[in-house]
Design a protein around this ligand. Structure first.
Ligand code: PMP
Length: 750
């Protein structure tokens, strides 16, 4: 190296120090009281052309002999880029001036510094305004936000499924929200790597930028997006800090609203590129620590970014620049519009209903920039807009969607996979599109099989909105406005060990014996008995232990069939078991599933025995236009895949147990929390007054206050005094802590 410095530059180095580099070798060379940077690269024609282009670019920037940018130094042969050969191995080197200053990453961050970063980048971009080079125009590489697909090909190299899903989510959003806009944006040659280890600072002012190795022809806004990504890492309020950089830039080069509006997803995109490339580089070069210098902070910001409503980011960025902010129509007028066509028999949650715009995993974003923590909705089982599920649906929808009258592989694949989660005896499945269609069909199967019309149902139970659904749902038929109980329906008391009459170890048996008594009194055979394992609409009431075993025996004794409604409790939500009936050590004859099955895509199913299926075959054909269609099957398969990959059942167990522990602890301080019950992430917290009686007003107060604090939870039960939580299974410990802290504050403030 020394000899090259002498031969090519007439420089006698006094000291050479190696400094970290991403994918080449860099040295600080000291000679004659001056400092230089020597950069060496393995030879390739592509690298050579790129370095030539970079020298031109630096020439353009350094025309005025400044110290803002490194200046390339010409070798004796007249070239800025020298190719030499050692033992048959060609390599490239070049020499640049050294810039003094501290790295942005190492200095105290102030708003003035951030504004200075923005202005610096804009001044640089201004200098490059007329610069062009075919090498940059034709460049296609992994650090360019125009080509996120290159880095995304390393997605599978990210070890944690819970991390991968965030990257995949933002990538999907990027494709939806950024890619279509790219062709219409202002493009220039940009530095494209204003990261905090490339920016130099003196006295709260940015004084220089180094490493033009990622320069490319790209949308101007990418310059800012990249720099903002790194500057925002580790900041308490990233949106506020973003404003300072933006203002600095905007003063020099006014930004266009359509550019600013892309920043949220561009920043997310850059974070995704960064973590994918880190994962890949770690595999290629596990010893190089420089390649993952920002990795931890990038992950932190990504996980944080998902909690930021994209509309809030958009509006904050616009406001910082005094650009016009579009006002969202008030929810009241939206509701008035809704009522012109939608009957008010469809209720809205909360006295102040929420206008929902989009969602991601356990977060929902309203139309006004707020982020809601979803501690309530069980349908987006593996998380709202889970990218694996979305992609499965999109792909299959683009390929084939038809019905079960044709043969296609997805139906068989899904049926096999789904039945794999059931005991052997439950080996036939009928696909429908809702829990209601499933309960309706289940009763039809039972009636056909037994030749009898009567059904025994659970007090406060709910199974669907069809005629049959209402007939078997005490929650509906006993409602003040409901149609009342039909003569062919027997209702059995809910085996509630908290508020019910039987509470001890033998409560299950006692409730079952009461049910038997009612059966005997009824005097006629019943076709079926249907219940949930934890009665949701009853107020998240777990059936007393032993109850189902006894009652199943009684039902079967008189040739009835036992139906477990797993529409809410199924698919691992309960943590300890995949299905609720397993908790009770019984095997039903029919199981109905729905809600979480398609993560929001309308799916339901009835699972039964060969024997019951054989009876049904003697009747008319069963056909559902949409039940079991290829798109639904692909989505159902994706949900199961995510459940396994992210080990969500185990996660539900751990998070749910933690939730219960914290709520139990809180109940010691606040006796108004009368009972904490449920399993996994299917929980109920019963609110009571000083006498231990149901406190409906308090439950409503907490629910509404939580809504005001952007947490979604619901109330239920015959007295509507039970707080109900059944969030997406990716709900985490911090989410739990947030909910419990807020409940504690609300109760404490009363
Ligand atoms: N069974 C249970 C236990 C339910 O909670 C519901 C819906 N709340 C249904 C059946 C009906 O499902 P769907 O709304 O999909 O028709």
């Amino acid at each position: 190296m020394e000899s090259e410095l002498i031969t090519y530059y007439n420089l006698t180095p006094e000291k050479i120090t190696k400094i970290p580099g991403y994918d080449n070798e860099n040295y600080i060379v000291e000679s004659g009281g001056l400092k230089y940077v020597l950069k060496t690269y393995p030879f390739s024609m592509e690298q050579f052309d790129l370095l030539q282009a970079e020298s031109e670019l630096l020439g353009e920037l350094g025309a005025e002999k400044n110290d803002y940018f490194p200046r390339p130094i010409k070798a004796h042969n007249g070239s800025y880029v020298v190719v030499c050969e050692h033992h048959g191995q060609k390599s490239i080197f070049r020499l640049l001036t050294f810039l003094e200053g501290e790295f942005f990453a190492n200095v105290h961050h102030t708003p003035a510094l951030f504004e200075s970063l923005g202005s610096f980048l804009a001044h640089m971009d201004n200098r490059l305004w007329d610069f062009d080079n075919y090498v940059y125009r034709s460049r296609r590489f992994e650090w360019d936000l125009q080509h996120p697909d290159i880095s995304l090909s390393f997605l599978s190299e990210i070890p944690e499924a819970a991390d991968r899903k965030i990257v995949a989510y933002f990538y999907q959003q990027f494709k939806e929200n950024v890619m279509p806009a790219l062709p219409g944006l202002r493009k220039k040659v940009i530095h494209n790597d204003g990261n905090d280890w490339n920016i130099l600072v003196k006295d709260e002012t940015v004084t220089g930028i180094i490493d033009f190795g990622d320069a490319t022809y790209a949308p101007l806004i990418n310059e800012l997006a990249v720099a903002m990504t790194y500057a925002l890492m580790g900041q308490d309020d990233p949106l506020e800090w973003a404003g300072h950089i933006l203002r600095g830039y905007h003063k020099i080069i006014p930004l266009l609203p359509e550019e600013v509006d892309l920043l949220y997803y561009l920043i997310a995109g850059r974070l995704c590129i960064s973590v994918c490339n880190s994962a890949h580089s770690k595999i290629l070069d596990p010893e190089n620590r420089y390649i993952s210098v920002s990795e931890q902070q990038a992950w932190e910001l990504l996980h944080r970014w998902i909690t930021v409503n994209p509309l809030r980011a958009r509006d904050c960025f616009r406001k910082a620049l005094d650009l016009p902010v579009e006002e969202t129509e008030p929810v009241e007028s939206k509701i008035a519009g809704r009522h012109r066509h939608i009957s008010s028999v469809l209720s809205l949650s909360y006295s102040k209903p929420i206008l929902m715009d989009r969602a991601a995993f356990q977060y929902m974003y309203d139309g006004y920039g707020n982020t809601f923590l979803d501690a309530y909705n069980n349908i987006p089982h593996v998380g709202h807009q889970h990218p694996v599920v979305v992609e499965a649906g999109q792909r299959q929808m683009a390929k084939l969607n038809t019905n079960t009258r044709y043969v296609y592989d997805q139906l068989q694949a899904y049926a096999e996979r789904l039945l794999g989660y059931f005991p052997e005896s439950l080996n036939k499945v009928y696909f429908v599109n809702s829990g209601s269609a499933a309960s309706d069909l289940a009763i039809r199967l039972a009636r056909h099989h037994t030749g009898c019309e009567n059904v025994m149902v659970m007090e406060h139970g709910y199974h669907g909105h069809t005629m049959t659904g209402i007939e078997i749902s005490d929650y509906k038929f006993s409602n003040k406005k409901g149609p009342g109980q039909k003569p062919n329906i027997i209702k059995t008391p809910i085996p509630d060990t908290y508020r019910g009459v039987h509470r001890g170890d033998d409560a299950g048996e006692k409730y079952a014996s009461e049910a038997r008594h009612r059966l005997n009194k009824f005097g006629d055979q019943v076709a079926a008995f249907i219940t949930e394992p934890i009665v949701g609409c009853g107020g998240q009431v777990p059936l007393a232990p032993g109850y189902l075993k006894h009652i199943y025996e009684a039902i079967r004794l008189q040739n009835g069939v036992c139906i477990s409604d797993e529409v809410q409790t199924g698919f691992g939500r309960l943590g300890s078991h995949f299905w609720g009936f397993e908790m009770h050590g019984v095997v039903p004859d029919i199981v109905i599933v729905g809600k979480p099955m398609g993560n929001g895509h309308p799916m339901g199913a009835v699972i039964t025995t060969s024997e019951i299926a054989a009876s049904f075959e003697t009747g008319v054909e069963f056909f559902s236009s949409f039940g079991g269609n290829p798109v639904s099957c692909a989505i159902g398969l994706a949900v199961l895949r995510v459940l396994e990959e992210e080990q969500l059942q185990q996660h539900a167990l751990e998070t749910g147990t933690y939730f219960k522990t914290l709520m139990n602890r809180l109940s010691l301080e606040h006796p108004c929390i009368g009972d904490v019950r449920g399993s996994g992430l299917f929980l109920g917290f019963e609110m009571v007054d000083e006498k231990g009686l149901p406190d409906t007003a308090l439950a409503a107060h907490i629910k509404n206050e939580l809504r005001n604090r952007h947490i979604l939870i619901s109330t239920d039960g015959p007295h509507d005094n039970v707080l109900k939580s059944k969030p997406p299974l990716c709900f985490n410990r911090q989410n739990v802590e947030q909910v419990v802290e807020e409940i504690s504050r609300i109760i404490g403030k009363r």
